[in-house]
Design a protein around this ligand. Sequence first.
Ligand SMILES: [Zn+2]
Length: 470
Amino acid sequence: MRMEGLVSPDSSRRGRSLEAVHYTQGNLWKNALFGYGEAMKYFQPDRECASYDAMRQLQSERFVKTVRHAYDAVPFYRESMAKKGLTPEDIRSLDDLSKLPFLSKDDLRESYPYGLLAVPRSRVVRIQSTSGTTGKRVVAFYTQTDIERWDECCARAIVAAGGSRDDVVHVSYGYGLFTGGPGLNGGSHKLGSMTLPMSSGNTERQIQFMCDLGSTILCCTPSYAAYLAESVMQQGVRDKIALKAGIFGAEAWSEEMRRDIEDKLGIKAYDIYGLTEISGPGVSFECSEQTGMHINEDYFAAEIIDPHTGEVLPDGSKGELVLTTIAKEAFPILRYRTRDICVLSRKPCSCGRTLLKMGRLMGRTDDMLIIRGVNVFPSQIETVLLKGGYSPNYLIIVDRVNHSDTFEVQVELTPEMFSDTVRKIAARESELLASMRSMLGISPKVTLVAPRSIARSEGKAVRVIDKRKI
Ligand SMILES: [Zn+2]
């Protein structure tokens, strides 16, 4: 089924108001409710499978409106555009995106709390916030419409993971200020699935509910999924769980970790991407092809830049992801430097979606460790470990002694490895060291530690202790 309008460039050229778009969404939602759910391939096919021209047209219209709205409502944007000699009249289509200045995390922090709010406070129905672990918090604001659009993005992700209203969606992301729980919770409601608002923690109860209520789709961080998988195996209840898929985000994770979770839980594991500054999870989501995440382009415009020069790079280049919200009311964000490194691709996808795809995150410009002058990403170490049959529990400890960097990786042995002879363990250690040296280009000190001796995380895992910064 296709909705009129977006899929046809002819009708899109006539120009459609946002209200018309809302009406279309309403119809799709009714279809989802009244009998369309079971066979759903897409939540909103008119958007997810729109032609390039139609989507570009919608993006341009929304982008131009967003710039005007931000300029009129937020002094910060007025001033930053003025510094580049820009007014909204200079922004006529999405082709003008690169004229705008970048927005950094520091700009957001300095605008705390209300500096970037673009609607009267009476129109705000929700706030979410970043964890603030690396500095002042960023507070994001949402109108009712912003929440509904965010929910749609997450509903698309659940459908792409094979979900329908017949599923039991088990949300083990944290609730509260963190966007993970509220985002997937909202998406599951929008779809009409039974939603278990578990939040993170209390692993015993998570597994109990999973067994008793027949959870079919698990949503949490990949590190918590790995921990849950380990606990399910330990309790010997794998045959009592009915999980078929997982939607795991808020952390960078590797293909090897995906396969590890999939094997242990007997599920398909899908990646999801988002950030509080932009809205939350659901900025992009993975489909059945599992080769990257489709960006919800009707709500977000994406660019890849060279993180050093700021130059926009062509599709297919590796660089820093820059995102612009094109339909947000309360908290419009123009050209936000996410610090996430990835590649964008318009290669046709076997799932039928035409939305631009971003590859798996290759690290963050601020997660990247520079050790003895070499760039090291934790995800590279994870890849080596999982390929070697180790658990994804590790800790990187970096320090500086006598003006020289020290670099240690603590790695947990599995219980089977732990019962090996001392000689065999020593052989493992040197084998692991060789694989790390070949992956990273430098040699860490590898320390093998006893099973389950590295602290587990129920939210985002702590993988790096950089004592040079303390
Ligand atoms: Zn796809």
